[in-house]
Design a protein around this ligand. Structure first.
Ligand code: FAD
Ligand code: 5PR
Length: 379
């Protein structure tokens, strides 16, 4: 008989989860648990529920999670599937990838966050803002900044790369920062001003001479364009925000209209971060998303993996009623796939290898091809 929210002690009281973090990981996990009979409370330390950052890519794996939690239609409506992923080196096209059979979409982070939040509200997830989780206890509780301690059958640390849940428990971890980083901005499409060109494509403009600068040009919808401006951390001009317009237009003159728009936005430069944690779970506490496996963005899989792992966590808890046992099964099942993705992303970032083009091989796309509902690879 399937376990429909009955607690492991055999009473009919629904099992309860306390989740730290109202980002993509926390909210997606919350909906997946709620759909399986749990009561769920999400704590977000910020005073507003919103996504930080500009645009985001999702692939088959993440889109299947959205389908499962009831957020896909809204995302499809507000996003695009660019016809081609083009890579240019010194403005010469090195590849045009069509990615046949592969589901992928580009959208603003607000579109994605709004759709998952709407699903959470529909499902009756309890969401508190201005609620900071300071620590967690593997026996099953969290403590808030206001001093309150709340018991739970399951605690989820989805509180991002600087996770308090993780650090309060003391998981051994390796945290690294890369030599490159990114300034992310949303600007108007300005297709007319850009002039003739295939401006509905994603275009990854790489430049190594006279200096290392890269622009990942990603349309999110008819009106909004996501610009990711990459520069080494040690380049004070390339990493400056607001951007140094004259530097960027000199190397990428074809993007002048959108760079002018970008120069009017304050923006933020972030170095890539990687976190490897010895374990994803201890007792009744599970780490989901960047708290567990922050990764370089090269393969655009951080949020996809986060949501997949959150959904699979809820699915595993359905099959294994003892929470601490379920968490072990879940980690053993999901970790290798996530680790491989993190390694491949780190490798592409370290070698800047995406500049060679034809980057989306079936192996590289392994995580993107994972179907969380079927538990196997597609395509
Ligand atoms: P976060 O998004 O960091 O959310 C954590 C939430 O928890 C926040 O709302 C925060 O305010 C809250 N919080 C933090 N601490 C506490 C606390 N103590 N108590 C309560 N709340 C707390 N991924 C993709 O899938 N596709 C992409 O295209 C992509 N592009 C990227 C580009 C760049 C440049 C970078 C850096 C990352 C990219 N990623 C991408 C990765 C993706 O952004 C992250 O993996 C994803 O946002 C992780 O979600 P999360 O919910 O785990 O963490
Ligand atoms: N892909 C995406 C992205 O946002 C980044 C990278 C790759 C979608 C960074 O912004 O390689 O840095 C990358």
């Amino acid at each position: 008989m399937p376990i429909q929210g009955g607690s492991s002690t055999g009473t009919s009281k629904p099992r309860h989860a306390e989740i730290a973090g109202g980002g993509f990981a926390g909210l997606a996990t919350a909906v997946a648990l709620r759909q399986r009979g749990w009561t769920v409370r999400v704590h977000e330390k910020a005073s507003e529920l919103r996504a930080f950052g500009a645009g985001i890519y999702l692939w088959h794996n993440g889109l299947r999670v959205l389908e499962s939690i009831g957020a896909l239609d809204e995302v499809l409506y507000g996003s695009v599937r660019p016809p081609i992923y083009e890579t240019r080196l010194h403005n010469q096209t090195v590849s045009k990838e069509l990615l046949p059979g592969m589901g992928w979409r580009v959208m603003t982070r607000q579109t994605l966050h709004g759709a998952i939040l709407a699903a959470a509200r529909r499902e009756g997830v309890d969401i508190l803002v201005d609620s900071e989780v300071v620590s967690a206890d593997p026996a099953g509780s969290i403590t808030l900044a206001n001093g309150q301690t709340l018991p739970a059958d399951l605690v989820v640390g989805a509180d991002g790369v600087a996770s308090n849940v993780r650090d309060s428990i003391g998981f051994a971890q390796d945290r690294r920062t890369s030599r490159d980083g990114i300034t992310r901005l949303l600007v108007p499409r300005l297709k007319q001003q850009l002039g003739p060109g295939e401006w509905d494509n994603v275009i990854d403009f790489w430049n190594f001479e006279p200096r290392v600068l890269r622009i990942l040009y990603s349309p999110c919808n008819e009106d909004e364009l996501y610009l990711a401006l990459m520069a080494p951390y040690e380049d004070p001009e390339g990493s400056r925000v607001p951007i140094k317009l004259e530097l960027w237009t000199r190397i990428f003159p074809q993007l002048t209209p959108v760079l002018e728009a970008a120069a009017g936005i304050s923006g933020r430069y972030d170095r890539y971060q990687t976190t490897v944690v010895e374990r994803w779970a201890r007792g009744n506490v599970a780490l989901v998303g960047d708290a567990a496996h922050a990764m370089c963005p090269a393969l655009a899989q951080g949020a996809g993996c986060a949501m997949v792992n959150g959904l699979r966590l809820a699915m595993t808890l359905e099959k294994h009623p003892v929470v601490a046992e379920a968490l072990k099964v879940w980690e053993a099942e999901m970790r290798p796939l996530t680790d491989r993705c993190q390694e491949r992303s780190a490798n592409y970032a370290a070698t800047r290898g995406m500049s060679k083009g034809n980057q989306f091989t079936p192996t590289i796309l392994e995580t993107a091809r994972y179907d969380p509902l079927e538990g196997r690879l597609v395509g």
